[in-house]
Design a protein around this ligand. Structure first.
Ligand code: SF4
Ligand code: SF4
Length: 273
């Protein structure tokens, strides 16, 4: 069961971006966003902006990873760097990520971003402040805690679904009778209710109701040999890059420490690193 979830009520959001700021401060992604040319405007999602606000008419819609119950990104990741936790969060382990970016292709919402300008790039996306909450640093994601309007709230998915239905039932003339994320792609932990169609704010218009992993699985079973080969090749490239970075860092450290220390970095040492 998913116990970490977010419900965003589009009718309450004023577009103040306090949630965006809180995310950036908590995750130390920097206050200024300079996405690369092909990534669009600075206000789009990027490797330094894990949540943003899409605007449609006079409505504002939070955009961030939907934390699919059966995530396509995790199914596509050949090494399990993206994975679902017991709490229903789609988390990420950069230490084993190959940088292959299959996850970016597999995400039906196009939520993942890549650190194109980094020498040691990672895939970046919202992780619902998972580590900070489970580590006791936060009681809820920084974004939901920061929202002055209560437009985006944190809770258990079942409770938030009930809350969404209650609000729609109490004011049927205000809300569209739909909870976005309840069923799409097998369900997501990030839910929305709204008085405008979210397709106008960039929500994909043709999402399958089936979970994306089942679709990905069909593709992978069609070309298993190719997939495994590419995965192994990427693993090899990743290993070589990591190793070169490690050796360069050791050499730089040895140089900084002086001639005596530099002599300790020998070819024999490198072979064992
Ligand atoms: S929205 Fe995309 S990145 Fe987020 S869990 Fe779903 S497939 Fe993965
Ligand atoms: S903090 Fe709340 S009101 Fe402000 S933009 Fe974010 S969701 Fe909307």
């Amino acid at each position: 069961m998913s116990s970490f979830a977010i419900l965003t009520d589009v009718t309450k959001c004023t577009g103040c971006e306090e949630c965006v700021l809180a995310c950036k401060v908590t995750n130390e992604t920097g206050l200024r966003d300079t996405p690369r040319k092909w990534q669009g405007a600075a206000t789009d999602l990027s490797s330094t902006r894990w949540t943003t606000i899409a605007r449609t008419g006079n409505r504002h819609v939070r955009v961030h990873c939907r934390h699919c119950l059966e995530p396509g990104c995790a199914a596509a990741c050949p090494v399990g760097a993206l994975h679902t936790t017991d709490e229903g969060v789609v988390a990420y382990d950069p230490s084993i990520c190959l940088g292959c970016r299959y996850c970016m292709v597999a995400c039906p919402f196009r939520m993942t971003r890549y650190e194109w300008g980094s020498a040691n790039p990672r895939v970046r996306k919202c992780i619902l402040c998972y580590e900070k909450i489970t580590g006791g640093e936060l009681k809820q994601p920084a974004c939901t805690a920061a929202c002055p309007e209560g437009a985006t709230i944190f809770g258990a998915r079942d409770d938030l679904l009930a809350e969404a239905r209650r609000r729609i039932g109490d004011d049927p003339n205000r809300y569209i009778d739909h909870v976005w994320g309840e069923h799409e792609v097998g369900g997501t932990s990030v839910l929305y209710i709204s008085d405008v169609d979210l397709v106008q704010a960039g929500w994909p218009s043709q999402l399958p109701r089936d979970a994306v992993p089942e679709l990905a699985d069909m593709v992978l079973h069609t070309v298993p040999t190719t997939f495994v080969s590419v995965g192994m090749a990427m693993a090899g490239i990743h290993w070589v890059i990591k190793r070169r970075q490690k050796l360069a860092a050791e050499a730089a450290a040895a140089t900084a420490a002086g001639p005596a220390a530099a002599e300790t970095v020998t070819p024999g040492d490198e072979e064992q690193s």
